[in-house]
Design a protein around this ligand. Structure first.
Ligand SMILES: [Zn+2]
Length: 523
């Protein structure tokens, strides 16, 4: 017997929830060719997994790596955690679909979360175009959702107000085209540009268009309105449109709120619709700094925001809105912006920056957004990280990092540490659930939910997306103060049988062909 790669002496946790067992794994081409006692086998390349776990490559169901993957052949903050697949175009906002009239505005708006600058535009329009560019360009596989704000802008511009019949028709046709091309379903981020103006009825109509494909409604709900109310709306949309519902980054600010939300999930949501959710294992959040602005600044699109922020009435409203925000300026931390002058404030709170500049917090936000042309990132402090435990322990949970990466930002540690934090501190040390369940919630369950065939499981014939880790030492090291820290205990990561991370560093293949592929949804 001859294999391209033989992983010897390990213990398999296969991603299905089944109990671990000892076996060697032989790979041929991009697939798992054999699992068992393979002592006599020959191989071109052998990995020693003695004392280690062999698990399926992990799947991140909520990411903001869309732009980074286009520019980075191996996004080490992700491959170093064992992630081999990224579900792109989260929160209803991304780089496709765009038109010759809208792409620039999207580049400006998304710069707070992502990598691309206008020079990076390669002329794509549809999601399928964008996915085709990513195929074999990075170490990780990608699959995409259909970002709703992009659709709404394509059909109706950035405006507030209801859509007319022809606009709905355009959106529904786009949904059908993108579902046919392999999208997972529709994503929304109902606190963000354009889609904050979408009504429940509008969302029901457009979601119904993906029902024939069993498309998934993936939603960052109206958190600004209140999490429970937002989740209820999502369930209503799924029920009326006849589609499954997945809530993005579902968490709570207090133990009482967690109990209330999960009671609703158990008593109502799981019976009304096919329901699931994701979260990352930290209570702090992170989003665009311009999240603090009132919705009316978005009514004419991102390129018009700057002029609106000079209006004293808008500043007054920004101040009023900050008073209503669940966190005070002391707990809103500035994390990144492109300009060197303002970047010196990274790590400081909005209160500290305002005091240093002698301005009100509202003026500080408005001026920063003007100076950075919208591009600034914040971290929102949370309470005790144990507030997340009841969500992590829930049956319907799977991991989504929501990672937002900037190499020179004081970013949220979730972009480096989410998966190893699950495997080490939460499972080995605190025993929130079994290691088998942890692996399943990061591989088998997301593969099934996000329609990835032949991935998310260690079995003969499956694609060889794999991670080998040390269950004794695996842990995250990234912190809020020092986020750019690779985890330890992740020994080998393979995408389609090719090693993309080993012994503490990313491996980039020479030449243009990387092992990551653009995948299609199988509903
Ligand atoms: Zn979100």
């Amino acid at each position: 017997m001859h294999f391209d790669t033989l992983i010897r002496g390990g213990t398999i946790i296969d991603g299905t929830g089944r109990e671990r067992y000892a076996a060697d794994v032989g790979l041929r081409g991009d697939r798992i060719a054999a699992i068992g006692a393979l002592e006599g086998a020959q191989a071109s390349h052998t990995l020693d997994a003695t004392g280690k776990i062999i698990a399926p490559g992990l799947i991140d169901v909520h990411t903001h790596a869309d732009g980074w993957l286009l520019k980075t052949p191996n996004l080490e903050c992700k491959t170093s955690q064992g992630f081999t697949t990224e579900v792109l175009m989260s929160d209803g906002i991304s780089y496709a679909p765009v038109t010759p009239h809208s792409w620039r505005e999207w580049f400006v708006y998304l710069r707070s979360l992502n990598a691309l600058v206008p020079e990076d535009y390669e002329g794509w329009h549809s999601i399928a175009d964008y996915q085709a560019l990513l195929d074999r360009r990075t170490a990780q596989n990608v699959i995409s959702e259909i970002p709703y704000a992009n659709l709404r802008v394509l059909a109706a511009g950035w405006k507030r107000g209801p859509l007319d019949d022809s606009q709905i028709k355009i959106i529904r046709r786009e949904v059908e085209k993108e579902m046919d091309a392999g999208a997972v379903g529709i994503s929304t981020g109902l606190d963000y540009v354009s889609e904050c103006f979408a009504t429940t009825d509008e969302l029901v109509e457009v979601c119904a268009a993906m029902a024939p494909w069993r498309g998934l409604y993936v939603t960052h709900v109206r958190y600004k309105k209140g999490t429970l109310a937002g989740v209820k709306e999502a369930v209503e949309i799924g029920e009326r449109a006849g589609v499954p519902v997945h809530i993005s980054h579902l968490k709570a600010g207090t133990a009482a709120e967690a109990e209330e939300i999960l009671a609703y999930v158990d008593r109502v949501a799981v019976h009304a619709v096919d329901f699931s959710f994701d979260i990352y294992p930290y209570s702090a959040g992170s989003t665009m700094f311009n999240y603090l602005l009132p919705y009316e600044v978005w009514e004419d699109g991102p390129l018009r925001v700057i002029e609106k922020l000079s209006d004293p009435v808008i500043r007054e409203r920004t101040a009023l809105l900050l008073e209503c925000f669940p966190l005070p300026p002391e707990k809103i931390r500035f994390a990144w912006c492109p300009g060197e002058e303002n970047l010196r404030h990274r790590g400081q709170s909005l209160a500290q920056i305002a005091a240093a500049l002698g301005k009100s917090p509202a003026d500080t936000v408005c001026d920063m957004v003007i100076e950075e042309n919208l591009a600034a990132l914040s971290v929102l402090e949370g309470g005790d990280d144990r507030l997340i435990d009841p969500f992590l322990q829930h049956d319907k949970f799977m991991l989504g990092t929501d990672g937002i990466y900037f190499p020179n930002g004081q970013v949220h540690p979730r972009v480096y540490g989410s998966a190893p934090r699950m495997l080490g501190p939460l499972v080995r040390d605190r025993k929130l659930f079994t290691l088998e369940a942890a692996v399943q919630k990061m591989s088998g369950i997301p593969a099934e939910r996000f329609g990835l065939t032949d991935r998310g499981e260690v079995r003969e014939g499956a694609i060889a997306d794999l991670v080998v880790f040390d269950p004794i030492t695996v842990t995250d090291r990234a912190t809020h103060a020092d986020p750019h820290q690779l985890s330890i205990g992740i020994n080998h990561v393979l995408t389609s049988g090719i090693e993309v991370f080993a012994t503490g560093r990313a491996i980039t293949l020479p030449g243009p062909q990387q092992p990551g592929r653009a995948l299609r949804y199988k509903g």
